[in-house]
Design a protein around this ligand. Structure first.
Ligand code: AMP
Ligand code: MG
Length: 415
């Protein structure tokens, strides 16, 4: 159809990723309730305007006392202190003071009364007739939690670009933030191309297969914080597809699958050109996933992913995922790559990076990896059994069992 097909722009995996990331302009921010903010990315730094904890308080149930009063105390020779009061968590310490030879009964989280410089835990004491016997020497500031020891006024406690983990949501709560500024979630239109595709529930005609890609990609988009919008199957003609691609350009990101290879009816790049999408690359030196078109129109990112179910998924992981994370302002976008011991021999051709579907396990504190079977890019089964991609460099042609190999941990959070 077009002569750009065979020539085209071929890039390495690294170049492809750089081109994509250079094209991303992070989205704007929005304010949302912290109860809905898990996994979203912070749009602003968070600076503490209160101390956490707000007051010095006790880390244990026990007795607030003066450590020096327990000097030399032991089981046999306990220190004996007069109990002059009690402070409960949430109660005031007004009018309460520990002076030499006295102690105040105190609960975990209760403010430390004036005069005390330590809390001895209840397990090391015995109470009797208004006195407490202390069976060991207390150290100064033992079980003593200082105001601001967790967070001090003025600390930049969370940073723009941080993903909000549960602990970070808790930090926001501790600082009395009911809402938080986060990056907007990108909207992502998903289109499946192919005359042979039947959607779930549709009757299968001779020669048809189920549409798989829309569903794997819908799941992936959601997993990385995008808002997926499935626009259905389009036939392999400009006439059928043009309107749908045009509608898709209403989203921040467009992902189509199929129709970007060398076949006579691979028309997706013609649509890109027709709709004024600048094509920045067309082929990547990687297997699976060689046919992979990326373009942009204004700030819209458009991915023409390959049709084979494994290729579209691995291409998503390598290229679309980091783009979505960057759109959402995330600073951490790399899946960890670590070394593992290869437990089988591998042969491959030179000239492309291979991403083999693998499963790693841990034996004797070491990572070991094997492939998960049939590596054809049409065989999703081996991808569904994989927990990593084994990365074999462009120029390597064989690897022996026992050698160390790089594996990308696709189920691990980004570092
Ligand atoms: P294409 O690049 O369009 O020639 O597609 C390559 C291969 O992937 C063909 O065998 C297609 O049938 C298959 N394929 C394309 N799209 C999908 C899809 N959405 N779900 C499952 N298989 C697909
Ligand atoms: Mg096709």
């Amino acid at each position: 159809m077009t002569d750009m097909k065979s020539a085209g722009l071929t890039v390495s995996v690294e170049e492809a990723l750089r081109i994509i990331l250079d094209s991303v302009r992070p989205l704007s921010g929005e304010s949302i309730p912290i109860m809905e903010a898990s996994d979203r990315v912070l749009y602003d730094d968070v600076v503490a305007d209160t101390n956490v904890p707000p007051l010095d308080d006790s880390g244990m149930d026990g007795y607030a006392l003066i450590a020096a009063d327990t000097a030399g105390a032991s089981r046999d020779r306990p220190a004996r202190l007069e109990i002059v009061g009690e402070v409960q968590a949430g109660a005031s310490t007004e009018g309460k003071e520990v002076t030499k030879g006295t102690a105040i009964r105190i609960m975990t989280g209760a403010p430390i009364p004036r005069g005390a410089d330590a809390v001895i835990q209840v397990e090391d004491t015995e109470e009797e007739g208004g006195y407490v016997r202390v069976f060991r020497q207390a150290t100064r500031f033992e079980n003593y939690r200082f105001a601001g020891e967790s967070i001090k006024v003025g600390d930049t406690i969370l940073n723009r670009g941080d993903r909000l983990t549960s602990a970070k949501v808790g930090i926001l709560a501790s600082l009395n933030h009911n809402t938080v500024s986060v990056y907007r979630q990108p909207t992502v239109s998903i289109i499946s191309t192919g005359n042979e595709l039947a959607d779930i529930g549709e009757d299968m005609q001779f020669g048809q297969i189920r549409n798989v890609n829309a569903y794997t990609l819908h799941a992936e988009v959601g997993r990385y914080g995008g808002l997926p919008l499935y626009l259905g199957i389009v036939k392999d003609t400009m006439a059928d597809a043009r309107e749908v691609f045009l509608k898709a350009l209403g989203s921040d990101v467009v992902i189509s699958t199929g129709g970007v290879s060398m076949g006579k009816y691979d028309f997706v790049k013609d649509i890109f050109v027709d709709l004024g999408i600048d094509i920045l690359f067309e082929w990547v030196k990687v297997k699976p996933g060689r046919p992979c078109t990326f373009g942009k129109k204004g700030d819209k990112l458009v991915f023409g992913l390959p049709g084979n179910p494994v290729s579209s998924l691995t291409s998503f992981i390598q290229f679309v995922r980091p783009a979505l994370l960057r759109l959402m302002g995330a600073t951490r976008i790399n899946k960890p790559v670590v070394n593992a011991v290869l437990d089988e021999d591998i042969k491959k051709q030179a000239g492309k990076v291979f991403l083999l579907r693998g499963r790693f396990t841990i034996r004797n504190n070491e990572l070991h990896v094997v492939t998960t079977g049939n590596q054809k890019s049409s065989v999703l089964r081996s991808m569904s059994e994989a927990n990593c991609l084994i990365v074999i460099p462009e120029d390597t042609t064989r690897m022996k069992a026992g050698e160390r190999v790089a594996i990308q941990l696709i189920d691990h959070d980004e570092l």
